[in-house]
Design a protein around this ligand. Sequence first.
Ligand code: DON
Length: 304
Amino acid sequence: MRSPVQQYLEAIVEQCAGTDGEVAGYIPELAAADPDQFALALATVDGHVYEVGDIGARYSIQSISKPFTYALALADQGRKAVAEKVDVEPSGEAFNEISLASGTGRPRNPMINAGAITTASLVAGADAEERFRRVRAWYSDFAGRELGFDEAVYASELATAHRNRAIAHLLREFGILRGDPEPTLDQYIRQCSVAVDTRDLALMAATLANGGVQPRSGRRVLPATDVEQVLSVMATCGMYDAAGDWLSTVGMPAKSGVSGGIIAILPGQAGLAVFSPRLDAHGNSARGVAVCERMSRDMEMHLM
Ligand code: DON
């Protein structure tokens, strides 16, 4: 017998399946995604996972990686050292905007590409290769299993990353990055290419909802004070130039990725993940936004 929660989630997926949008085209490999894939997972802080739709679909994590790398930079360097390199102000601009403070070159926040390339460089490690090894292991701790890597998406993005390459070199010019910016750019593109499914994302979100303790392994992954900082930045900056609209309609800290994922966090209760590659004009999953708006309204998830 399907539980009432399971039945409710299935109904939501059915009702939001008509929401339209365009699959990302600027990374050639992402343009090949099946536009009709649609999955929803809800992981509670006691470790139960509800799943609906194309739950076996695997895809690159893309920008949903950003809050987790920011978390690792905070854990490695402390809040003050990270804040010296990257601000926490919403930019009100697109994810790939060259949004650097005039004079210092400090990126506006760690959720836009400029800020995320910077936080990638703040992960501890002898070189970019070791930093990426740590990043992948870190994401895996949140998901509760070893995450894979999408070589095709990585190669495709690396070959077309002209804008991110320009951003990385500008960051180097301002002294925000040190040394050769290319290995850091490569590390950032690798982190975006970590392969997940919607269940993984829901459990990563639930770890944040659970104050930094992975609900299934029971392991503390992140100190509670860093969780607070990460959720604050997700709430104000996670949905880019749609962040204000998102916070007023959905009211939860969240992060989207251009492959079609969205995570949203209900602190103390659950992590929600939706996947559908059709994107809206802000580069956020159109059906993902529709599902979250709907659930927030129906289940009174709005935190404000
Ligand atoms: O840097 C990029 O362009 C991609 N690897 C990630 C962008 C992304 O996911 C934006 N999110 N909606």
